[in-house]
Design a protein around this ligand. Structure first.
Ligand code: ZN
Length: 305
């Protein structure tokens, strides 16, 4: 898929714990979009320093599509290594400046990130030139209410963050937690459908060209969520548990009830939506992860599949 992209745009495809790192090279200065998860920061730095990355060149700027831990967890490490400014979407900046562990889904969701200081804001509607290409920043609220996507009309490239993946989009807060999130998710997909996109560079997974197919799948997921808000809550907890499991690799099954009792987002969603014991919630989530092929039980532990 890299052959659909201009040569100065390189995508380091990562995994579900770390977002993709998108490098835009130019004689005017190289720009990196998203830095991955904090635990993977050494790998992010190694990729950046590789031949396909920067080699020995400096980095002019680090940009975030949005400020969740899998996209900005390595910001501090990258800024330290390259002494470069960090630009975040305008709506994320106050959350980062006060390091809001709830709004950023860090402590609230049992995740971590190294604190950093943003230097610049990015604004929806503005155009930025990175990698000798003009990028139109567009508001893409939903998964993250302050998220931006970046669209290059000349080549039809959309850098979508977690607003659109080949199969779905980033987890969405259920209506009782944020009534605006699901309607915003639909509105963002409708906005993306109006763009003439030839290739999507998502926050996770390989770049892809079947944009219509991805939008169809995303709209049908939104429809299913709109029809059943419990499903939104269940999906979010499944995704968050999978994320923690990827971070820790294995979690003792016996400790899961305490985990869902202690991590605030699990406790909150259980109180609002499920009303079951922590042991019940843990068992339900484990079964769903097994069914989805995301995890398996192994000698008393839950392990990432
Ligand atoms: Zn992400």
């Amino acid at each position: 898929m890299q052959n659909l992209l201009p040569p100065q745009l390189h995508v380091f495809v990562r995994d579900w714990l770390s977002s993709n790192n998108i490098l835009l090279k130019s004689r005017d200065g190289h720009v990196l979009i998203d830095s991955g998860y904090v635990r993977h920061a050494p790998l992010t730095l190694a990729l950046l320093a590789s031949e396909r990355g920067l080699g020995h060149d400096p980095l002019a700027k680090l940009v975030n599509t949005h400020c969740h831990s899998d996209h900005m967890g390595g910001n501090a490490a990258v800024a330290r290594a390259y002494d470069c400014p960090i630009a975040v979407p305008e709506g994320e900046r106050p959350l980062i400046e006060r390091w809001d562990e709830v709004a950023l889904w860090i402590g609230y969701a049992g995740q971590s990130a190294e604190r950093f200081t943003p230097d610049e804001s990015l604004y929806a509607g503005e155009r930025y030139v990175w990698g000798d290409l003009e990028w139109h920043a567009l508001a893409a609220p939903g998964h993250d209410m302050g998220a931006l996507v970046f669209f290059n009309a000349e080549h039809g490239i959309l850098i979508s963050g977690d607003a659109l993946w080949q199969n779905g989009f980033g987890l969405v807060m259920p209506p009782q937690v944020d009534p605006a999130a699901l309607p915003a998710t639909r509105a963002t997909l409708e906005m993306l459908a109006t763009l003439d996109v030839g290739v999507v560079v998502p926050g996770h997974g390989e770049p892809f060209a079947d944009v219509a197919g991805a939008l169809d799948r995303a709209f049908s997921r939104v429809g299913a969520f709109e029809a059943d808000e419990h499903r939104v809550a269940r999906h979010a907890l499944k995704v968050l548990l999978t994320f923690t499991l990827l971070d820790r690799q294995r979690m003792p099954l016996a400790g899961l009830p305490a985990f869902v009792e202690q991590v605030p987002i699990f406790r909150d969603f259980n109180a609002r939506y499920f009303g079951v014991s922590p042991a019940d919630l843990a068992e339900r989530l484990v079964r769903e992860l097994e069914r989805a092929g995301a995890a398996r039980r192994d000698r008393g532990d839950l392990v990432a599949a």
